[in-house]
Design a protein around this ligand. Structure first.
Ligand SMILES: *[C@@H]1O[C@H](CO)[C@@H](O)[C@H](O)[C@H]1NC(C)=O
Ligand SMILES: *[C@@H]1O[C@H](CO)[C@@H](O)[C@H](O)[C@H]1NC(C)=O
Ligand SMILES: *[C@@H]1O[C@H](CO)[C@@H](O)[C@H](O)[C@H]1NC(C)=O
Ligand SMILES: *[C@@H]1O[C@H](CO)[C@@H](O)[C@H](O)[C@H]1NC(C)=O
Length: 746
């Protein structure tokens, strides 16, 4: 039916106006490939544009006629090969070039001050005269980013404009052949366009209609005035109206028709009416869509921005951007401008990483950031880092039927923050994780939850502990025991306990136990630089954390004697497994700021707001208990447990600082020995100031995180230690002391 055809036609109108269907194509015209053509080539690659290179004006035209590139980049720096102007003319002489953007590369020296195409600069270089009028200029710059930016600007600006023009052309051609009557009016009801079907139906020639305001119906008709009101209200809200309408033909007869009126907001304020000839009697009357608050130019700009964003598959960030765009439309300019800056930030991919100036003043911070937060520059040097795979080298686990009384007594204090893990390390002959694990898992009824025997748990703890490397000075099983201890301590805090269920608790305790298993005592950056087996396996991404998580499950299920999960059902296992993996991966530092900021934004801020209102406890509990927020709480908990050393009593804090420094020193030693890039040069045993490195670590990673965690879990004891320890390191640094302790008096 006519109607069917035309409905689909009007749909394709709105789509084709905003969607660019295929990636742009770029033609590079360079007599000789050099840094500049390479830069554009890589910029195209980055932008996802297809790219061709032509070396002569003739081959350029041939290639252009074949592909109809949207953008043609012409090298105008060396006139000895060809005149850019001539290439320009050749391309412009072809029919498809009507919609093509030409970009001429001009030498830097010709334009001492300005990089913008102005009338003055055109005068400097004759070749750019014609190019500059019909196209654009690009001042020679071999930075891929500069080329990329240039291409994107053209793509978002002219290419899209040209695309829309072409789309309009086809749409109007289609409308001209459409069997249904279509008219387009401006927002003040002046007819802009009618198609032949409309002329035919109404008995007017378009010359009699275009540019004319539509005459109103006789005011006497009360029903009709009401109908008009209804329609106007609908249109003003930006909604489509459909219904039966009576209109008068040129011949004077009044006739019923089915009308659809679609407001076209933000594209010039036109409204599109589409009349359906389903009813035999035909009449055409225009309905005005007067909108007293016509959109300002500013607003139109935002709505077109909103459309561009709605093109991508809708991710949450797209929704956010659309909401902001919509808010901008009704905001004063100052707010709209502020929101523009917000949008700019939102569009960057690294939302949660502070943008460090490349030259952070403090080398310690720089090194920590470089060493812990990046995966390093990957260089396949062939220096394979070898893990100790020889299980028989590891101590054979003892059986733990009877925990020696001295150890048992020690473990009774396990619920205190000041518990001395180093004494436990010594007393258990380097098996602190197994003993502490038995105690803590029993206190949290983990065996009951998993329906597994204590013997299985023992066996599991021994297997896990055996896979920590005793040779690491920091990342050995004592660190795991320490993190388990902190996790258990946090789990007992009222707010934490109230937020999580038992599965979360069990997952957290297991995650803490396994979170660094088989740690090689080297950082992710090191492994990536060394091209280690693991870095290759995990694509240089969260290498160690992925390995800890994967190995933990392999070790667990490998032997039924140690499989603590063997008795839980599949669904529960999956949930538990997911939670454990998520927590282990959260210990990776590249996403440190993301986790901390999400926690602060989703947990701290809403809770503070509710507590300010002084309402009951219902509100905060519901904030905490959503699955998303429990996830954030668990991540934050294990992150804090993992780096809680600076919040421990001074003596423990000093010992941990010594151990981590030693591990980093040994990495630097190896990097030097193996001629690998030195990831953290400040951690050189000959020159390092341990107090400075601790101060930087606390400033950069610890303070904000523990402030947020303390605000939630309430940890005054930890915060006191933190501030004491910080003072201690400051004191040493003030004395220019580089070691762990002040020099002993003679
Ligand atoms: C080239 O472009 C880059 C990136 O936009 C810019 O930082 C640099 O200053 C430019 N170089 C010259 C010589 O203009
Ligand atoms: C593993 O270690 C044991 C004991 O140190 C040794 O006898 C054996 O040769 C080692 N095996 C390998 C493959 O290195
Ligand atoms: C951990 O490393 C330290 C050296 O920093 C060492 O004294 C301790 O015995 C190791 N602990 C374990 C359980 O391997
Ligand atoms: C690593 O990258 C390859 C190629 O993109 C992919 O197939 C593989 O699944 C990735 N591996 C991991 C562990 O992400």
């Amino acid at each position: 039916s006519f109607c069917g055809q035309c409905s689909s036609l009007s749909l394709s109108l709105s789509l084709s106006l905003s969607i660019s269907l295929s990636p742009s194509q770029v033609l590079l015209v360079f007599a000789k490939e050099d840094g500049q053509s390479d830069a554009f080539w890589w910029a195209c690659d980055r932008a996802g544009f297809r790219c061709n290179i032509a070396r002569t004006p003739e081959s350029a035209v041939e290639c252009f006629l074949d592909k109809n590139h949207e953008i043609v980049v012409i090298d105008g720096r060396h006139s000895q090969y060809f005149e850019a102007e001539a290439v320009c003319r050749l391309v412009r002489a072809t029919k498809p070039s009507e919609h093509t953007v030409l970009l001429a590369i001009v030498p830097q020296t010709s334009h001492p001050q300005t990089t913008h195409c102005t009338v003055h600069c055109v005068a400097h270089v004759s070749l750019s005269l014609s190019i500059c009028r019909s196209g654009q200029r690009y001042v020679e710059n071999i930075s891929v980013s500069a080329c990329y930016n240039e291409l994107l600007q053209i793509e978002h600006g002219e290419v899209r404009c040209q695309f829309k023009l072409r789309a309009c052309n086809s749409v109007f051609t289609a409308l001209d052949h459409c069997q249904e009557a279509v008219e387009i009016t401006s927002e003040d009801h002046v007819i802009q366009y009618v198609n032949p079907a409309f002329e035919h139906m109404m008995g007017y020639h378009k010359g009699e209609l275009i540019g004319k305001e539509l005459t109103e119906l006789p005011k006497s008709d009360k029903n009709r005035a009401d109908l008009l009101d209804t329609i106007n209200t609908c249109i003003k809200k930006g909604k489509e109206w459909q219904g039966i309408y009576y209109a008068r033909r040129k011949s004077g007869d009044s006739i019923q028709q089915h009308v659809k009126i679609t407001p076209v907001i933000g594209q010039g304020g036109h409204s599109l009416r589409h009349r359906d000839r389903r009813k035999e009697s035909v009449d055409a009357r225009s309905i005005s869509s007067r909108s007293s608050d016509a959109p300002s130019l500013q607003n139109r700009r935002y709505s077109s921005v909103a459309r561009i964003h709605s093109m991508t598959i809708e991710a949450p960030i797209t929704k956010v951007i659309n909401i902001i765009n919509a808010a901008q439309e009704s905001s004063p300019v100052s707010v709209a401008d502020a929101l523009d800056r917000v949008l700019e930030i939102l569009r960057t991919t690294e939302l949660y990483s502070p943008q460090l100036a490349s030259k952070e003043d403090d080398p310690h911070t720089n090194d920590l950031v470089g060493g812990l937060m990046s995966d390093g520059l990957r260089s396949l040097s062939g220096n394979e880092y070898v893990f100790s795979k020889n299980m028989s080298q590891l101590a054979i686990p003892v059986t733990l039927n009877d925990i020696p009384p001295a150890i048992a007594e020690m473990l009774d204090d396990e619920d205190q923050w000041d518990f001395n893990i180093l004494e436990l390390e010594a007393a258990t002959c380097m098996r602190p994780l197994t003993y502490l694990g038995l105690k803590i898992f029993a206190r949290f009824s983990v065996c009951e939850f998993l329906s597994c025997s204590e013997a299985t748990l023992r066996c599991w703890l021994q297997v896990i502990e055996a896979n920590y490397h005793a040779s690491n000075s920091y990342h050995n099983s004592t660190h795991a025991a320490d993190v388990l201890h902190a996790t258990a301590y946090f789990l007992r805090k009222e707010k934490v306990k109230g937020s999580l269920d038992q599965l979360d608790e069990v997952a957290a305790l297991i995650a803490a136990t396994v979170h660094d298993v088989d740690h090689p005592g080297r950082t992710n950056s090191f492994l990536c630089n060394a091209g280690s087996e693991l870095a290759i396996l995990y694509n240089d991404t969260a290498v160690l954390e992925s390995h800890h998580a994967a190995l933990a499950f392999q070790l667990t299920v490998r032997d039924i004697k140690s499989n603590i999960f063997k008795n839980i059902d599949r669904t529960q296992f999956r949930t538990l497994r997911q939670a454990i993996i998520d927590m282990v991966l959260a210990t990776e530092m590249t996403r440190h700021f993301e986790h901390v900021n999400k926690f602060a934004n989703s947990i701290n801020k809403p809770m503070a707001a509710i507590e300010d209102e002084g309402s009951d406890n219902e509100g905060p509990a519901s904030i905490r208990n959503s699955p998303e927020n429990r996830l954030l709480i668990k991540r934050m908990m294990i992150k804090c447990a993992d780096v809680a050393n600076p919040c421990r009593p001074l003596e423990l804090c000093i010992e941990w600082a010594g151990r981590i420094s030693e591990e980093y020193f040994s990495q630097t030693d190896e990097e030097k020995r193996e001629a690998l890039p030195v990831v953290m040069p400040v951690f050189d045993r000959n020159t390092c100031s341990i107090p400075k490195s601790q101060i930087s670590f606390i400033d950069y990673f610890i303070t904000d995180m523990f402030d947020a965690w303390d605000a939630f879990a309430s940890l005054p004891g930890l915060m006191e230690h933190l501030s004491e320890n910080y003072k201690y390191w400051k004191g040493l640094d003030d004395m220019k002391c580089k070691s762990l302790r002040p020099p002993s008096p003679p």
